[in-house]
Design a protein. Sequence first.
Length: 459
Amino acid sequence: MRFFQMLLTACDAGIRRLTRICPRRAAAGLLAGGFCVSAVLPLAACTPKEPITVWVYSEEYKREMEDFLKTLPLRVKFAAHIRVVNVSDFDAELTDALAKKQGVPDVFMLSPDNIRSYVESDLMADVGELGLTVSPERYYRCAVQAASDKNGVVRAVGWQTDPGVFLYRRSMAQVYLGTDKPDEVQAMLSDWDGFYAVAKKIDTQSSGKTRMLAGQEDMMRPFLAEDDTPWVVNDQLVISNRRMAYVGYVGRMAQEHLIYNAEQWSEAWLKGISDSRSVFGYFTSGIGLLYVMKPACGGAIPGEGSYGDWAVIPGPARYSWGGSWLAAYSGSRHKDAAGEFISLFTACTDDPDRLEQSVRYFRTTGEFAASSEVVSQIRFDPQFEDSFIGGQNYYQQLSLAARDIDMSHMTVYDGALEALFRTGMDEYAGGLKSADQALDDFKTSVRAAFPDLVVGELP
């Protein structure tokens, strides 16, 4: 639990900024927001139903679950008491509930920042005990990897995943690159060498008025997603060759004025979304597209602000912005009901009715499912063709990105260490510190935060 508490301390400023911009984003992936409230969801009146307690991260999730459950057939055998627990309070609330042996959730939501801590604990039931089936053939592998313990036992079921993509301005691409077609722009940006070359070309063609990104934070996540070395191995911090390569890449992009140094989610960062020529593109996701980019674009129809001037492509890396998982408490006395609840949202049984219900949920909400089986049934739906991105089907684009995401190298330390590393890279990119000083200070911060870790010399 200590690791997650450290993560929250390191990321607190980012949580506050992001929650103001997009409560949905805050709840779904890296960070979280919400209010500590609870309500009992009355289901259809018939025979007494088994009561289960469910913890989720936001009022929006609670409302969506309640609304969805009201539409289900009478054969549902549970009554769900859904409570919103802010992710920053999750550890403390769960510890308190366990100590008091009262109010412990039967089902709870997990995010990428805390799932590894719980997967490797004894608090989460094996999904097989719940009568559920999870396999890479039916789910995106990243959702299964993150939820599997060191012995390969799956302890949670992926509900949503949030694949990362790259959004660029069509008008700028046409002027500076000679084409705005997604497949042609993707060919130019298919790797990081190409990304740098395009950034140089845009800088030259625009006489320095347009930069590739709003800040270095945008590219850190996708760049480091290609690292197959965990942050911590055998209780030792690892600053891998890939992480050192990122330091060099940031230095080159910043020193050649190919990126700005806006803090992610800040007003300056948001301004680039609507500005007519300052920023070429953003690394984001489906949730980011719908709940950050669109509201900040300065318009609601093509021609207003930057609305309609965006296109979505995979970009140079396959990476994840987050996701959510549903797990059952190993000590629950209502595991059958907990398993039934989870199956309604995740399609993790062989029951075709459950698959149909999950498909209906995701088709209604527009969220991206962790189940590739669900996605395959709705990814070509015309409802996902969005005029914000020139009529592209964003669900189809996300499905292409999701299949190659690798989360097999996650550790319980990732969120906290990446927050500290991000701070150092911000200072380096902003010219406040040299690369060596930024890395030395990063190591000092790690020692202070995690005295039990061995922090050695740089490679």
